[in-house]
Design a protein around this ligand. Structure first.
Ligand code: RFL
Ligand code: PHB
Length: 389
């Protein structure tokens, strides 16, 4: 088999890249080790920057997002028993879109099917080869048979645990990592959100986030210890803890109901440099992870795809290597800005085990400064809505 671009991973990064390539007449195949249903069962991101919205439109997969997504002009920072609104639109002229990663992935899968793009799900032992030489190829197994795809380029869109980054010799890779000493316990429930905008809460008992997927579906998170067990968290216990971390007006108004998803996610910051090795490109979570506090992970996947697609288009349309050669540097510049922002949001909003009451006071002072200084609020808002590509 032969294709122009072999894409490993059918998450948002792989699907978005695949669709842009298909629309431009550039042949590609997507391989994923799990099934479509498994991918669609993962509950992840919920906040899209305008850049991501534009990319989905460019891919021709934005129609349902515009119909069902919820544009948000602001969010709240809650601390010291009160709510403080950050007016994203007033401060930046831009907004974010609340639309679940699951829905976005669904839309991209449907679009791919409608445009005849080829994808292989439940492909095992996927392996990139010879990306340092002139003839890269990918092998995989399906139903006990080994297949080989020869290609011009390989896009490693296979997430943090994927095979692409691991195929690069260690000596060619520099990694940076911070593991945070807590996780997020999250639930999804068919109840109306406690507020029409997101609430990020700093509380001496720990961080809490009230988000949503629609007017009738809420996504709530609380900071938890890394060794917490899901079984120990009944819905009642979860809601009780969430209410204690919110200002009284929200705690009193919260509608509760049975959760239909509950999971714990660890928090980490991670970057691998560079993001290109010969004819292999790392894209999205395969190259970097941010803690979810800044809502940046999925959005970074979109900006990586933007730069890579630009490079591949230049190569196929104009025989230019300039965009491909610039990919890693352009992508990493934006990645590090989002890594810094996500780290600072995480540091400002969570309870750290070793900083005590002094740490809590410093956080509240920082938050108070943020919400009372227009310059500081604007810096926060412009990072939250997304820095330009
Ligand atoms: P994905 O989505 O992990 O997709 C990778 C795909 O590669 C496949 N794969 C392989 N295929 C073949 N062979 C192998 N050896 C393979 N290994 C893996 C996998 O099966 C999978 O299908 O990576 P991608 O496309 O880079 O997308 C990244 C995003 O999924 C991620 O950054 C976000 O979900 C992060 N994130 C958030 N991002 C935001 O922008 N806004 C948010 O509000 C937000 N909230 C979140 C989040 C992530 C969370 N968790 C659970 C990590 C909230 C949470 C709780
Ligand atoms: C979500 O809705 O899942 C969500 C929203 C904002 C974040 C992280 C996750 O910062």
């Amino acid at each position: 088999m032969r294709t122009q671009v072999a894409i490993i991973g059918s998450g948002p990064a792989g699907l978005l890249l695949g669709q842009l390539l298909t629309n431009a007449g550039i042949d590609n195949i997507i391989l994923d080790r799990v099934s479509k249903d498994y991918i669609l069962g993962r509950v992840r991101a919920g906040v899209l920057e305008e850049g991501m919205v534009d990319m989905l439109d460019r891919a021709g997969a934005g129609e349902r997002m515009h119909r069902e997504g919820l544009p948000h002009d602001g969010f709240s920072l809650a601390f010291d028993g009160r709510d403080h609104r950050i007016d994203l639109f007033g401060l930046t002229g831009r907004r974010v879109m609340v639309y679940g990663q699951t829905e976005l992935t669904h839309d991209l899968m449907d679009k791919r099917e409608a445009s005849g793009g080829s994808s292989v799900y439940e492909a095992t032992n996927v392996m990139p080869h010879d990306f340092d030489g002139a003839g890269p190829y990918v092998t995989y197994e399906k139903d006990g048979v080994t297949h080989r795809i020869d290609c011009d380029f390989i896009a490693g869109c296979d997430g943090y645990h994927g095979v692409s980054r691991k195929s690069v010799p260690e000596s060619a890779l520099r990694t940076y990592e911070r593991i945070y000493p807590f996780g997020w316990l999250g639930i999804l429930a068919e109840v109306p959100p406690v507020s029409h905008e997101l609430i990020y809460a700093n509380h001496p008992r720990g961080f809490a986030l009230c988000s949503m997927r629609s007017h009738t579906r809420s996504r709530y998170y609380i900071q938890c210890a890394l060794d917490e067990k899901i079984e120990d968290w009944s819905d009642d216990r979860f809601y009780d803890e969430l209410r204690r971390r919110l200002p009284a007006e929200h705690a009193e108004n919260m509608v509760t109901g049975p959760s239909f998803e509950k999971s714990i996610a660890p928090l980490r910051s991670f970057v691998a440099e560079p993001m290109r090795f010969g004819k292999l490109f790392l894209v999205g979570d395969a190259a970097h992870i941010v803690p979810p506090t800044g809502a940046k992970g999925l959005n970074l996947a979109a900006s990586d795809v933007y730069y890579l697609f630009d490079g591949l288009l230049g190569y196929y349309a104009d025989k230019s290597l300039a965009g491909i050669d610039a990919y890693s540097e352009r992508a990493l510049k934006r990645v590090w800005r989002a890594v810094r922002f996500s780290w600072s949001m995480t540091t400002m909003l969570h309870r750290f085990p070793d900083t005590g009451e002094f740490g809590q006071k410093i956080q509240e002072t920082e938050l108070d400064y943020l919400v009372s200084s227009k310059a500081a609020s604007t810096a926060l808002a412009e990072n939250y809505v997304g820095l330009p590509y």
